[in-house]
Write a protein that binds this ligand. Structure first.
Ligand SMILES: Cc1cc2nc3c(=O)[nH]c(=O)nc-3n(C[C@H](O)[C@H](O)[C@H](O)COP(=O)(O)OP(=O)(O)OC[C@H]3O[C@@H](n4cnc5c(N)ncnc54)[C@H](O)[C@@H]3O)c2cc1C
Length: 803
């Protein structure tokens, strides 16, 4: 065993082996994997081996597609069999809501090039004849669904990695991971110590324990999971072709052929967490005792859906644990705050996702960034607020809702409220219906008197529609107020602050008293941040961005440290306040502050005395209206509220939530983080290039990529459509049909309550981006007529915003 290497991967399950293979594939051959027992000794060996592309997150779905297509490549490379059964599969829908979800998924797949199909009950009966289709409205058929041999596949990854130069050491337990002063690592095992530049935690069932060796808390938890293999079933073995998979969300089950019988597994409501206090080191090749009690109701339901099951005996029961993160997506990437420590954990569907996880992590390690947006599985999507007490109920909830409809407006209740601002009770009294971002409660909207404090989950317009319309009206006709708590805020100070910001931000770093907007780019020119930069004094800045991206921002800032003397402080939760917006916003601000603000210009920042507070006020608003962001110390937020509320009520002041905010921004075609502005896109594609300051003499990060786009503009361009919608608007990834072919996709959309129009933001070929273009956008199975707009719906000349 070598004692010096570039990367040590801890864990020889399917995920660790995939990471190892992808590292070698991308050219790093001095890599090794350490496995405490034999390969597959964690969750991997007892997996049912099923794979599918369906995932509510489009990037995750694409990575699942990559994983599935990779298996043939692995077989060809290694000469080993992955035991592939590409039998296809149907996901059933028995309610209009479930059917809506499948229609939405099908629409997304069109642009992704996945050849799924919506089928009706008769076709389901032909494809999967053991299914009782009573009450079934339809299904999504995916020819890529199938299953494989978990052990064969893991060993194929391992062989491919060895062929690329990797070393794999089994029966080698990692006991400690100790970081040296220079940032490199000593991995202490019972066979000796290995010095390495990078450590990858692919510890699966033991990822928590492996993380703890480096002082890292990884938010994941193992859950018990059980599937049953039946005796031979004549309806199965008498068939010529193998029976496809059937996913039955109503019964929370998945079913497939296993040999001459069937295999059926459940995501039961009586879900049981496993090893709450930690995974025992001596666990490995044993199974958990059978537990039919917890799946009794699921089995009864399955008898109705698949009547052959009632006549089939049980051949074997597989009951084992595997891990989940609070939202069910993997935890991948560089662990914030620890140089050279990478996570490849929480992969609950190793055979659908393992290839994509391996590829993304290997790209991140070898190239510094991934080829696509991996925010949905980035380990930094959780901040310091995450605790084992939060993770456990969220993981249980995720297990229980694994087969539930995932609505775009849905708010899952477990472990909430977790973090609240001083405004929580005040807003609750005003009718707030809460959403959450990065663990924080954020008002989605304020329920109208007599209306329920609950938004109906739906793909269509919800019961929040009228309340949101009224909040939008208050902003456009009088003045609205909401919190600026959900911005990530950073205080940057020191003589080197300007030079550092000039390097890290592509945009203009403003003069004292001024504010500017700036994209933050990766070296390849991808958008990794979208910031407001305010110069409070020379050498003192506030930068604000997406609250949910805080840990990712901080990780990027810390890994691109300033050369000069600079202090960087994440003040997101300490500095808070409100934004006020609308034609009467200036009157309101003037009423409450001592200074004369009549001359305060658009994009100006000042310190003002408001009531008893000294607040930082900047004239900018994401609503596209006349507006101000008012920042104060979190301890003063309630006092600030009372001053603004008392003065504002006679002016028609109304609170507004995120639903109204997202409607208001559509009036100006303002993009939003992770919809239009994400690492999937470049500045020139999305129009953010207008904020890049090419004239500055700094070699800012991403400069050469951004300059290359000036010479050769990208093939696609962000545009805004108005569409003839019925009762459902665009949410994201709906295909855009131009002249009968899918030529683009929506990034986001919704209803503009101000213009009373359904709006979609979309990326389409640059050559087609001509105002007035008529095309179609597919929403829930219907192709809706759409027209490309030639300017903002509100305040087209900016007179209100700047006036
Ligand atoms: C009953 C059941 C059915 C399932 N069905 C499916 C399915 O149909 N499809 C699907 O995609 N997924 C399925 N899964 C989930 C799948 O098994 C997991 O997603 C996958 O195995 C996770 O792989 P992993 O490599 O992350 O973790 P693991 O398989 O747990 O591997 C981690 C490895 O790390 C090693 N290790 C840990 N600590 C150390 C240390 N200190 N030193 C050295 N080595 C260490 C362990 O020995 C282990 O081999 C199922 C799981 C269960 C339990």
């Amino acid at each position: 065993m070598k004692t010096q290497t570039r990367v040590v991967v801890i864990g020889g399950g399917v995920v660790g082996c995939s990471v190892l293979y992808h590292l070698t594939k991308l050219g790093w051959s001095d890599v090794m994997l350490l496995e405490r027992s034999q390969l597959t000794s964690g969750s991997t060996w007892h997996a049912a081996g099923g794979f599918h592309t369906l995932n509510g997150d489009t990037n995750m779905a694409a990575l699942q597609g990559y994983t599935i297509k990779l298996y043939r490549e692995l077989e060809a490379l290694t000469g080993m069999s992955c035991g592939l059964h590409h039998v296809g599969g149907v996901t059933l829908a028995d309610t209009p809501e479930r059917f809506d979800m499948l229609l939405a998924e099908r629409a997304k797949h069109r642009y992704m090039g996945l050849e799924t199909e919506i089928v009706g009950p008769e076709e389901i009966a032909n494809i999967a004849p053991i299914t009782n289709t009573d009450g079934i409205l339809g299904a999504l058929y995916d020819p890529l669904d199938g299953h494989l041999d978990p052990s064969g596949t893991t060993h194929a990854y391992a062989k491919a990695a060895r062929m690329g130069g990797a070393e794999i050491v089994t029966h080698c337990m990692v006991r400690e991971t100790n970081q040296r002063a220079d940032g490199t690592w000593d991995v202490v095992t019972d066979k000796g110590t290995i010095h390495t530049e990078h450590v990858v935690n692919a510890g699966g069932l033991w990822a928590r324990e492996v993380g703890a060796m480096a002082g890292v808390y990884l938010p994941l938890h193992p859950m018990e999971h059980q599937y049953i293999v039946t005796d031979d079933v004549p309806e199965i073995y008498e068939r010529e072709a193998e029976h496809p998979h059937v996913m039955d969300p109503a019964g929370e089950s998945y079913l497939r052929q296993e040999g001459r019988g069937l295999c059926i597994g459940f995501y039961e409501q009586r879900a049981k967490p496993w090893a709450v206090e930690g995974t025992p080191w001596d666990f490995g090749h044993e199974l958990l005792p059978d537990d039919f009690d917890k799946i009794g109701e699921s089995i009864e339901f399955a008898y109705k859906r698949f009547p052959v099951l009632e006549r089939s005996g049980v051949k074997s029961v597989i009951h084992g644990p595997f891990t989940f993160a609070p939202d069910g997506n993997p935890l991948v990437g560089p662990v914030p705050g620890l140089r050279g420590y990478w996570s490849a954990c929480g992969v609950m569907a190793g055979f659908s996702q393992g290839g994509g996880v391996g590829l993304m992590l290997a790209q991140w390690m070898t190239e510094g960034e991934c080829e696509r947006d991996v925010s949905a599985m980035d380990v930094a999507r959780y901040g310091r607020w995450i605790t084992p007490g939060y993770t456990l109920p969220k993981v249980i909830e995720n297990y229980q809702t694994r087969f539930s409809v995932a609505y775009p407006n849905e708010e899952l209740p477990a472990a909430r409220p977790h973090r609240t601002t001083p405004m929580y009770d005040i807003f609750s009294e005003l009718g707030a219906v809460w959403g959450h971002q990065f663990g924080l409660e954020v008002p989605n909207y304020f329920a109208l008197p007599g209306e329920p404090r609950y938004e109906t989950p739906s793909f269509r317009r919800s019961n929040a529609f009228e309340a949101t319309a009224q909040e939008v009206r208050a902003v456009r006709e009088a003045v609205g107020i909401n919190e600026v708590q959900n911005f990530g805020k950073y205080d940057v100070q020191g003589p080197g602050a300007r030079a550092w910001l000039d390097w890290i931000m592509a945009g203009r770093v403003p003069k004292p008293g001024r504010v500017s907007l700036s994209p933050m780019l990766s070296p390849k020119g991808r958008i990794i941040g979208d910031f407001t930069v305010s110069c409070l004094a020379e050498g003192h800045f506030q930068i604000t961005g997406s609250y949910g991206a805080q840990a990712m921002h901080m990780r990027w800032f810390m890994s691109h440290p300033p050369e000069g003397e600079v202090t960087l402080d994440n003040v997101s939760d300490r500095r808070t306040g409100f934004q006020i917006a609308g034609p009467r916003a200036r009157d309101l601000l003037q009423k409450v502050c001592r200074e004369d603000i009549s001359g305060m210009a658009f994009m100006e920042v000042r310190q003002l005395t408001i009531g008893t507070m000294t607040a930082l006020v900047q004239r900018v608003s994401y609503t596209g209206d006349l507006g101000y962001e008012i920042y104060a110390d979190a301890m003063e937020q309630r006092a600030l509220w009372h001053v603004l509320w008392t003065a504002g009520e006679p002016l028609g002041l109304k609170p507004f939530g995120m639903r109204a905010m997202m409607s208001l921004r559509l009036d100006k075609s303002f993009g939003s983080w992770l919809s239009e502005f994400s690492p999937d896109y470049t500045a020139a594609e999305t129009g953010l290039d207008r904020f890049i300051q090419f004239s500055k003499d700094t070699d800012f990060i991403g400069r050469s990529a951004a300059e290359a786009e000036r010479v050769a503009p990208p093939a696609r361009q962000l545009v805004t459509f108005e569409l003839d919608a019925a009762d459902a608007d665009v949410h994201g990834y709906e295909p855009v049909w131009i002249d009968g072919a899918v030529e683009g996709f929506c990034t986001s959309g919704g209803y503009s309550h101000y213009a009373q129009k359904s709006i979609a933001l979309a990326l389409i070929p640059r050559a087609r981006a001509v105002p007035g273009l008529r095309c179609e956008i597919e929403v829930l199975g219907h192709r809706r007529r759409a027209t490309l707009l030639d300017g903002p719906l509100f305040d087209a000349d900016g007179a209100r915003m700047r006036g």
